[in-house]
Write a protein that binds this ligand. Structure first.
Ligand code: P6P
Length: 336
C-alpha cells in the first residue's frame, strides 16, 4: 500500500524536488481539483437534484447544452477567477475567453477546459469527466486576448482530467510523468493512488465509433479492417473494441491498460479535420498520453506540435499505445 499522500503534499514535494510547480500553478491545480469535487457532487445527485436533462440552449459548437454542462462551467469560472493565479479562461461552453475581472489580480496562467465531457452519457449514468489544460500567459501587460491562447500543446504547463465514474479520480501531469488521485469521500481529500502511469507500447484494444466507418478516409478503414481481420489477417492477433462515447473514459482506460482511441476525419463534414476540439480536449489528452509513454497524432503530425488558428479549432485524434498510433499514422502518411 502506498504511503498516503494528499494532492497538496504531492504538489509541494514536486516543487521542492523538481521546481516544476511554482506557487501560482500549485494554487491553480488545487482550485481546479476543488472545483471538480463540487462538480462530482452535482453529477452524483442525478435525478435527486435539478441537474439532469437539457438546459434548452446551444453552445458555440451548436450542441444542445445539458444543465450539468452549464453548472460545471459556472463552478470552474467562479472557483478560479478571484485567486490571482489566472489571467483568463476558455471553455467549450463559452464563445469567447473569460478575462479575470479588474477587481481581481491577474496571474501568470491561462486555463482552458471542457467542463463536462461526454454529456450525452449524463442522463444514462455512464462515466463522464472534466478536461483541463494550462498555458502560460504571454507578455506581462494586463491585457489578454484570444490570440494569447493560440499556443501549440507542447507549451502546456499542466494538463489533466477528472473522471466521474465508480471512483472519482483526478489524473494529472505537469511534464514529469502522469499521476492519479482518488477522491476519499469520507475526508473529502484527493489521495495519490497511482504514480508514474505508463501506457503499454502494444495493444489488442481499439476505440472508435464504428457506425461512421463508411465515412472515413481509406487509411482509417484500412487500419480498422486489419483490426477486424484479427488472427486471420496480417496483424496475426485478435482485437477487442470499446467505445464509451466519453473521451475522458476511453482515454482513462487507455492510461490504465493500453489501447488506441481514434476520432478521424469524416467525409460528412469535409471542411472539418475531425469532431474533437484541439485546445481543451486533444491537447490535454495528448500531453497526458505522451507523458505516459504513448503517442498522439492527427494522422499526419504530433497533436502537440499543431499551432492553433482559432480557439475552438477541431482536430482528428489518434492516441494511445505508441506502436498502434505509429501504424495508423504511417497508413495516413502513405496516402498523402
Ligand atoms: P460520438 C463527447 O460528446 C465527445 O466530445 C467525446 O467525449 C467522445 O469521445 C465523442 O464526442 C463521442 O462522439 O460521435 O461517438 O457520439
Amino acid at each position: 500500500m502506498m504511503r498516503r499522500v494528499s494532492l497538496t503534499q504531492y504538489l509541494v514535494e514536486q516543487q521542492r524536488e523538481h521546481g516544476l510547480i511554482p506557487a501560482q500553478l500549485r494554487l491553480l491545480i488545487e482550485v481546479v481539483a476543488r472545483a471538480c469535487k463540487r462538480i462530482a457532487i452535482a453529477v452524483n445527485k442525478g435525478a435527486l437534484g435539478d441537474v439532469l436533462g437539457s438546459a434548452g440552449s446551444e453552445n458555440v459548437q451548436g450542441e444542445v447544452q445539458k444543465k450539468l454542462d452549464i453548472i460545471s462551467n459556472e463552478v470552474l469560472i467562479e472557483a478560479n477567477e478571484w485567486g490571482g493565479h489566472l489571467a483568463a479562461m476558455a471553455s467549450e461552453e463559452m464563445d469567447s475567453i473569460h478575462v479575470v475581472p479588474n477587481r481581481y489580480p491577474q496571474g501568470e496562467y491561462m486555463l482552458l477546459f471542457d467542463p463536462l465531457d461526454g454529456s450525452s452519457n449524463i442522463d444514462v449514468n455512464v462515466s463522464i469527466g472534466t478536461i483541463f489544460s494550462v498555458l502560460r500567459k504571454v507578455g506581462h501587460t494586463r491585457g489578454v486576448s484570444e490570440d494569447d491562447f493560440l499556443q501549440p500543446g507542447k507549451h502546456q504547463a499542466a494538463a489533466g482530467y477528472c473522471i466521474y465514474g465508480p471512483q472519482t479520480m483526478l489524473v494529472l501531469t505537469v511534464g514529469n510523468g502522469v499521476v492519479a488521485f482518488t477522491l476519499d469521500r469520507e475526508t473529502g481529500s484527493w489521495v495519490l493512488t497511482q504514480s508514474d502511469i505508463r501506457i503499454p507500447e502494444d495493444t489488442k484494444e481499439f476505440a472508435i465509433n464504428m457506425s461512421n466507418m463508411r465515412h472515413w478516409a481509406p487509411p482509417m478503414r484500412r487500419y480498422v479492417d486489419e483490426c477486424l481481420a484479427g488472427k486471420t489477417g496480417e496483424r496475426g492477433k485478435d482485437y477487442n473494441m470499446r467505445w464509451v462515447a466519453s473521451m475522458v473514459t476511453d482515454v482513462h482506460r487507455i492510461l490504465m491498460r493500453g489501447g488506441i482511441f481514434m476520432y478521424p476525419w469524416d467525409q460528412r463534414e469535409p471542411d472539418k479535420p475531425g469532431k474533437l476540439r484541439l485546445m481543451y480536449e486533444a491537447n490535454p489528452m495528448a500531453f497526458l498520453v505522451e507523458q505516459a509513454g504513448g503517442a498522439a497524432t492527427n494522422g499526419h503530425e504530433r497533436i502537440l506540435d499543431i499551432v492553433p488558428a482559432k480557439l475552438h479549432e477541431r482536430v482528428a485524434v489518434m492516441l494511445g499505445s505508441r506502436n498502434e498510433v505509429q501504424r495508423v499514422t504511417d497508413y495516413h502518411s502513405e496516402e498523402t
